[in-house]
Structures are given as structure tokens and as C-alpha cells.
Design a protein around this ligand. Structure first.
Ligand SMILES: C[S@@+](CC[C@H](N)C(=O)[O-])C[C@H]1O[C@@H](n2cnc3c(N)ncnc32)[C@H](O)[C@@H]1O
Length: 255
């Protein structure tokens, strides 16, 4: 097969996948429509596309790049619909009240930089971002709030980051189907200093709906506490995290 044929096939496959995603998302969004929440249907469908069952990590990253390049992400998941970045920033503020300008923070799954911006607005000045989607990274760069931007996946694989680098790491909305896997907890613990904080803000229902997390994520969190890697400081359920969906905030401190 010629190179151009291979390329054409790839483009066709990508379009077919995209089309299927739209159909699945529309199906899910129907529920919202029936409930009369017309305005939210688009945002819900778009978000669903990134979390559809069976999506691979690479597809997730590409999906977010398309979303960022369409300049719609910040509207679809803006603060009136999605409170993840604000909740994560407020949590970090409660934990860290002094020397905010020099405290080193890693925003994991930094996206277009909502959390980085929230942290900057609260006086933090040493913020790095990590995200596997080139489009999201480029969008976040424009905010000028990150010292370093790392385009990579957070998984169990060792990142090019030294052990005990950060005073805190936070995830807002980076957990989900095909997103950050359970086993990435080990790597988060490695790059955060002893005594440093790890904050995870996510949709509550993903604890049940995402196969990788169901009966695994919270037991693993517990296991890491039992084995002396970290200490759980809080687990809070919050309402209206994304539209009418609950969120959950986990706060850990490294041992
Ligand atoms: C819903 S967005 C949240 C972005 C941002 N934190 C916010 O709150 O607006 C999810 C982000 O997770 C990123 N992501 C997905 N899988 C990831 C992984 N394995 N490691 C790090 N980031 C990931 C996506 O690229 C996307 O930018």
C-alpha cells in the first residue's frame, strides 16, 4: 500500500470514530434535553465524548486537542458549568497560606490552564502544568501563568521529573475513562515532597462508572495509606461539580 493510501485510510478512520462519538454523546445528552436543560446539552455531549467507554489514552489526548483548537473548551467547561479548577484552587489555598509565591505546584492534567489561572490569581507563582494534549498545552501557554509546561501522560511510567520536586500536586477533572489511571498514584507520590499535598478533584460517579477505578481507586488510596506512603486528610463530596453532577475532593499528605 502507498503512503498516501495509508494516510487517507487514517483520516477516514479518524472521521468515522469522530462521527460515532457524536452519536453516542447525543444519545446521552437526550436525557438532558428531556429534562429541559437545552443550554447544557452541547457542553454535556462534548464532555461525554472525552469520557466515552473504551476510549484510549491517545484518543483522549487527540479529542482534547480538537476541543482546544475549536476555542470552545473554555466556554463548554467554563466556571458556570464546571467547578473543578476553583475547588482545587480553594483546597490548595486552605492547605498553603504562606510563601505562595515560592511553593512549587504541579497542575496535573492542566488543560487550557483554568487551575493555573485560579492559583496565579491567589498568589501562587511557581506553577508547572502537565498534560498529554498538545492543543491544551498550547492554549494554556497563552495564559502566562506556568513556569514549565510538560506535554506527557500521567501514568505509572516514570516522568522526567525528579523525585520530591513539588510541594503540592493537584488534579482538576483529569480523572475519567481513558484519563489518568489508578496506578499513576505511585508516580504522583514520588514527585511530591514528604509533607507535600496531593489534591484530586473528580466527578463522584466515575468512582463507579470507570472500570479502572471501580473497586480499585479508593482501595489503592487506602493501601497507600496503610503502607505509609501518604495520609488521607479529607474526602469531601460536593454538589454541582459539573452541571448537576456531584464531585469528590480527595486530599492527601505525603509521608
Ligand atoms: C476535563 S479536562 C480538565 C482540564 C483542566 N484541569 C480543567 O479543569 O479545566 C481533562 C484534561 O485531562 C487531560 N488528561 C487526560 N488523560 C491524562 C493523563 N493520563 N495524564 C494527564 N492528563 C491527562 C486531558 O488532556 C485534559 O486536558
Amino acid at each position: 500500500m502507498y503512503q498516501w493510501q495509508i494516510r487517507l485510510r487514517r483520516i477516514c478512520n479518524r472521521d468515522i470514530i469522530w462521527y460515532k462519538v457524536q452519536i453516542m454523546a447525543a444519545e446521552k445528552a437526550k436525557k438532558f434535553q428531556q429534562e429541559g436543560n437545552q443550554r447544557e446539552v452541547g457542553a454535556f455531549a462534548k464532555n461525554y465524548g472525552a469520557h466515552r467507554e473504551g476510549i484510549t489514552m491517545k484518543e483522549v489526548a487527540n479529542y482534547y486537542t480538537e476541543w482546544a483548537n475549536s476555542n470552545k473548551y473554555d466556554v463548554d467547561l467554563g466556571p458556570d458549568r464546571y467547578r473543578g479548577p476553583k475547588l482545587a484552587a480553594e483546597t490548595l489555598c486552605d492547605l498553603i497560606s504562606e510563601h505562595r509565591e515560592s511553593v512549587r505546584i504541579l497542575d496535573i492534567a492542566s488543560g487550557t490552564g483554568f487551575l493555573g489561572q485560579e492559583l496565579w490569581d491567589r498568589g501562587f507563582r511557581s506553577i508547572d502544568g502537565l498534560d498529554p494534549s498538545e492543543g491544551m498545552i498550547e492554549a494554556s501557554r497563552k495564559r502566562n501563568v506556568y513556569s514549565n509546561l510538560i506535554c506527557d501522560f500521567m501514568t505509572e511510567k516514570m516522568l522526567n521529573i525528579q523525585t520530591d520536586t513539588y510541594d503540592a500536586a493537584a488534579i482538576a477533572g483529569g480523572m475519567g475513562e481513558g484519563h489518568i489511571p489508578c496506578n499513576a498514584l505511585y508516580e504522583m507520590i514520588r514527585i511530591v515532597k514528604p509533607g507535600g499535598y496531593i489534591v484530586i478533584v473528580m466527578r463522584e460517579e466515575y468512582l463507579e462508572h470507570v472500570q479502572d477505578y471501580k473497586d480499585r481507586l479508593e482501595p489503592l488510596m487506602k493501601e497507600l495509606e496503610t503502607s505509609g506512603k501518604w495520609r488521607k486528610l479529607a474526602r469531601k463530596v460536593v454538589s454541582n461539580y459539573f452541571l448537576q453532577n456531584n464531585g469528590v475532593i480527595f486530599i492527601f499528605q505525603n509521608c
